[in-house]
Design a binder for this molecule. Sequence first.
Ligand code: MIG
Length: 814
Amino acid sequence: MSPGRLQRVEVWSPLPGTAQFHFERARLEVSFLADDTVRVSWGPGPEPVPYAIAGDIAGPVPVVQAHPIDVLRADGAWVLRSVALEITVSPDGTLRTARPGGTLLRSESAPARRGAAWEQSFSMRAGERMCGLGEQALAIDRRGATVTLWNTDPGGSWGPGKGPLYLGIPVVVSTHDDGDVLSFYENSTRATFDFGQQPSDAGKSGTATVRFAGGVLRRYLITGDVPHLVDRYTELTGRPALAPRWALGYHQSRWGYRNDADVRAITDGFANLGLPLSAVHLDIDYMRGFRVFTVDPDKFPDLGALTTEVAAVGTRLVTIVDAGVKIDPDYDVFCEGRDQHRFCTDAHGHLAEGVVWPGRSAFPDFTDPGTRSWWAGKYRTLTDAGVAGIWHDMNEPTSIALLGDPTLPISTRHHFDGRGGDHAEGHNLYGLLMNRAGYEGLQRAVPDRRPFIVSRSGWASMQRWAWNWTGDVASTWESMRQQVATVIGLGLSGVPYSGSDIGGFSGIPDDELYLRWLQMSVFMPYCRTHSVRGVPPREPWCFAEPTRQLVAAWIRFRYRLLPYLYTLAHQASETGAPLIRPLWWSGGDSDTDDAFLLGDALLVAPVTEAGGRRPAVPLPSGRWTSIWAGDGDGVGEGDGVGEGNDQVSVLTPLDRIPVLARAGSVIPLDDGWSDRGGLCRLDGDTGRPPLGGPTSDGLSLDHAPRHLAFHCWPDEEGVAAGVCIDDAGDGHGPVRRDTLRFEGAHPGGTATLTWERAGDFAAPIALRVVLHGLSAARAVADGVEVPVSGSVVDVATFSELTLEGLRDVTGFGV
Ligand code: MIG
């Protein structure tokens, strides 16, 4: 049914920047929340409970900034105009969103309503990328695909093309030379986005269709460049939580660690190899009969003693918590939940039942604030035993079913903070609100620590409470390659922290596939090896040489990256910027699903085929240099604009993948983890990587940098700049922000590196400055001469470091 004809218009009501359009059979509300952000809602239908909107919002519109606009009438249409956006509402209900001056960003048809469902088509510009929508097994650009948003366990093993997966998010990020646009549909009912016929049609303009099963048809539209879109979107839906630093370390997991002896064997094994390990994960077997918030006393007689023991080597325990609660009259969590009406019910008010690992199970109704609070109180069972992080699984929610949809029936009732609703609306919110309860539980239980939760499911705004991992990925090269686009898609949808089971979940990767997967994951936000029950173990010592030593070297390299990763994490919590970005993040045409940026400064090109093959990298603008020793300098120039991007081919021997630094960057690394002789270069004589490196003093519990190093890659102007953000690694104490600027880096010249510090967290006393492409003859820190050895300067905290007698050097890596 169409909206019919426009009958009446109210402007400025009920809020400034708002206009309401009354059609015969529909109502349209257009609200400017800021110059560049406009909310458009088509009713009738039940308004969403604003679970995805940040802050305590009273009233219907979260006002980022109540915004005055101009309202004009032109040719029978209404025009609402801010300095950045112009919305034209036609009497037939079509909408046109343009830049002032008329450049079209999006046109939308009048929506059709069928029963409670909505359908609307909208324009796609020629060459426009359509990205986002959360976790998808698709290319970064979703054009040509049909995407369903209905959080689903795809059943044990997924690869390219599979869907829906565990975590859909109704956010579309579109890029186009005429202007980028983000659309967030605040509607949790089942959705379908149909992006036209063929990926090959992307060069032409086209039409997309979106359908929602119910609710009001509401979307927020934001304009600006892509970093700004994600910034505004996470202002609206909440900034990513800053996790404790250890969460950015390496995690070892496996479905099947049986008892405390298994855990000790893991931490001992890492210690024997001199390898750091941030976390061991306990899958469902640690529980008593899969009952959540219990610990099997036969397998883990003293979990508290175990967490203390592994803390001595810098390792934490992360335990799984599933959504389903075993129906068992002798189990306190179930009895409490039943007696206090904490579980979802069917349409008649009886307990809604599903089947999960413990058998018949009840499902907490996380849309009920009382249930969230009750559930939050349960995490103490684990945190009191020293458990440091939580892994949320099966929270799509999944109820194991042989046939049909593996979740609760649609008629299942939810509380919806008092308003009431069914599973058609509650389903996609289930994981999100479980994460919220978990986050609040960890905050309450251990207020001086930052919560860490990694969750399989969620929805828009989950970044406030949880990280994600991509679930049960098949152990194949195609599935590994897919992870790049999948993790990028999540980042563009506001979820900056994700990663995949290294080696794939549900199979047996050969050594080469495992190693390549690890090399890629070392540069991804979440770096964890995990696998299904019954496959051969994947601890580093389980591999034959040279894989074993290469695996060890790459795990160490993760710790080398920590200062940079942690800086990016701080920045993500300020701006929402994902750690992993598409090559076109800052503009330009360089486009591939085979490589990604880590922050602004590194470009990573994982090897995703056997035999070390990989396509050439289309470089974004600027000059890029391999970070590995021996690769030579100036690997390639990218122009990033127009046609004819430089393609650069880089060597891919088994010991490394192409990683390029952007000329003009200063990157903080922890050289306390560097391997003697450079990163895992195979020794020419033995064909093995060199052993050793300063690992003997182990990993500290706070993961503080052991030897902070500022690595400088000057550009052709002789300039490099960067940031380093540091703090105690957990808690809510002071932070230090370093601004580094390197100037005058020309052969024969004198360069200066200035280091400005802001904030109260102390800077390390001893650190290192490393020049790439240059060596120095003499170094002076704040007037005092300090030792310099080629390109490396070891120095105490300084404000200005002067480097004299600069000379070109090539082939010097990190
Ligand atoms: O039905 O807890 O994705 O990581 O090992 C399988 C057992 C349940 C699915 C998760 C996987 C985990 C497994 N879980």
